[in-house]
Design a protein around this ligand. Sequence first.
Ligand SMILES: *Cc1c(COP(=O)(O)O)cnc(C)c1O
Length: 389
Amino acid sequence: MMRAMDENLRTPGPTPIPEEVREAQARQMIDHRGTEFEEMLRETSSGIAGLIGTAGEVFLLTGSGSGAMEAAIVNTLSPGDRVLAVSGGSFGDRFAKIATVFGADVARLDFEWGSPAEPGALALHLANADPFRAVLLTHNETSTGVANPLRELAAVVRSAPGEPLLIVDGISGLGALPFEMDAWGVDLVVSASQKAWMGSPGVAIAAVGARARVAAETATMPRFYWDFAEARSFAASGQTPWTPAISVLFGLQIGVARLREEGATRTWARHAAIAAGVAAGIEALGLKLVAAPMHRSPTVTAAWLPDGLEWGLFNAAMRARGLVIAGGQGKWSGRILRFGHMGDVAIGELAQAIEIMGRTLPDFEHRADGAAAARAAHRAFEAALATAT
Ligand SMILES: *Cc1c(COP(=O)(O)O)cnc(C)c1O
């Protein structure tokens, strides 16, 4: 239950965290070279490995998700390596930019914002170009609310000439969307504590498969803080090379335990059902969603702002009522709004958020019935859950 003093925080990260996580994060510090830390690190990283379906290594790095994106690049590539960056939004663009900054020879395959990356188009591109050393993909494009068909895209990359490494930004997808790292042939995937993992910002996750590990042996991009070889040598004794975000790890340990308790299949179904509820609620308010139904993200919903609705003023009015959502990024700034719904989420809070938005819209000459939209959200959620089980 939301406390009265809290905002109804519905951004796609940070996300609201459970009481139990908050309490754990308030604990006294412990020695990060001691046995309690060792147990926590081992339990949390092996728990994450189980949830994402890998027998490979999982490193918990202190930093935000973008740090883990940088780590993925600098540990596997050398300057001049040919890299294909697949992008359909601002996070895909960020991955391309990081690779460029570190000297990779980056080619781009762009899909229209709001549309998914298409396996067929990717296959064609890979077949008609010189081989790439790596392909960069975004699992869940948080800037547009689109979930890419990662399993199919991964299969395409796996059969491409030159056996490129498959490096995935799974930051807003892991822990909430179906994902099987080893079965799908993903070589490296990154995420971050403040997305579906129910932690505060501060810990980045990098899961490294066997091929990425081998690639690291010859990759010459400069690295120090993010060097997986350092992380690996310290992980052998249950430690991290540098002082970790111990408080965030206390919380993340609980977030991961809760996800394991719920079970991945149920977690995935819950997120999908909440997304269906949010979609129905927003549509009931008369707004048009960005993504087509089958490509909608289970963790982020984006909708077009109605004509003439000025985001700055509308956002301020919602915030005055306690509702905090996100606007558009980059070229979509001022054009869309985004609801995050990942991690410790339930339909009640999202329906309440939609109700608040419905109460705010009439102040901007947009007719809406917030209470009816909230009911529509509940109904669509129940229907989606019923078909999932
Ligand atoms: C949140 C997010 C990021 C950035 O993560 P930070 O923790 O803000 O650095 C990158 N990619 C995706 C898909 C995200 O959702």
